[in-house]
Design a protein around this ligand. Structure first.
Ligand SMILES: Cc1cc2nc3c(=O)[nH]c(=O)nc-3n(C[C@H](O)[C@H](O)[C@H](O)COP(=O)(O)OP(=O)(O)OC[C@H]3O[C@@H](n4cnc5c(N)ncnc54)[C@H](O)[C@@H]3O)c2cc1C
Length: 247
């Protein structure tokens, strides 16, 4: 399909190629629809939201099974993720909150908690490295016939009863019977229809700063527990929140 600087027509356009967009596009293509997926950025790219709970793992398995998409089924188990995608994802044993006080090295039991969930027999919790997973899913969607365009932004949306017309930033356009918006929190369609509340009543003053780090020493190597008791190794093998006054 040549979509450069011309008008192209497909059955469905999916906007955004995160987990949701790629899986949806692959499913639709698997069922014989012509699908175009439009992505503003380019993979591999940083993505947040990596903690995978058993219910999500099971959902991946069910979607993969139902729509005959082995790539989506792969996401259900950490060992198949490591084998088929990359060994960059990891186990998640627990969920902890460690409260730190200025000038004190040890964790106090009354101010810290670690929840270790029951061992799930089939679907376990894991921490997926979205950069690798999302890239893998885009390539899977393409293998199933999805026409993928990256570094392309939508500049205009026109929808009537029969079709959707999307203007793209290279001067070309896409026409489809249906459009799905999987662009995440900065939704293209919500913006086009003026849906975001301005000013937002839920606006707050919190900020999120995120990155990936290497060479971080595990908490149990650095912090003794109260009265010097050993801090369990499970602290660092899960989601660990460092809490302190004001943050
Ligand atoms: C701080 C934080 C922590 C989180 N932690 C977790 C967690 O631990 N576990 C969990 O399950 N979830 C978590 N989430 C939620 C999770 O990140 C999202 O639910 C998930 O990433 C949504 O996936 P998605 O495919 O819908 O969107 P995204 O992954 O956001 O993908 C959207 C894609 O659309 C593209 N795009 C954006 N705008 C446009 C445009 N105009 N045109 C074309 N493409 C566009 C983007 O480049 C991106 O590739 C967290 C979220 C936040 C903010």
């Amino acid at each position: 399909m040549n979509t450069r600087r011309s008008g192209s027509a497909v059955d469905v356009v999916v906007l955004g190629s995160g987990l949701a967009g790629s899986i949806l596009a692959a499913i639709l293509a698997r069922h014989g629809h012509s699908v175009a997926m439009v992505e503003r950025g380019r993979h591999p790219r940083m993505a947040i939201g990596e903690s995978l709970v058993p219910a999500s793992a099971m959902l991946f398995w069910m979607l993969g099974q139902k729509h005959d998409l082995p790539e989506v089924r792969t996401l259900a188990h950490l060992d198949s993720v490591s084998r088929n995608i990359a060994p960059s994802s990891g186990v998640k044993r627990g969920f902890g909150f460690a409260y730190h006080r200025d000038g004190q090295r040890s964790l106090h039991p009354a101010e810290s908690s670690l929840f270790i969930g029951p061992k799930q027999p089939i679907f376990r919790e894991s921490q997926i490295f979205r950069q690798d997973i999302d890239h893998y899913l885009v390539k899977a969607a393409q293998r199933h016939g999805v026409h993928y365009r990256d570094t392309t932004a939508v500049t205009g949306v026109d929808i009537d009863r029969r079709r959707v017309l999307l203007a793209l930033d290279d001067g070309s356009s896409l026409t489809a019977r249906l459009v799905f918006d999987a662009t995440g929190r900065n939704s293209v369609l919500a913006e086009a229809f003026g849906l975001p509340e301005e000013p937002c009543r839920l606006r707050h003053h919190s900020r999120t700063i995120f990155s990936h780090f290497t060479g971080v020493r595990p908490l149990e190597e650095l912090e003794p527990g109260a009265e010097g008791a050993k801090v369990s190794a499970s602290w660092s093998k899960g989601t660990l929140h460092h809490v302190f006054d004001g943050g």
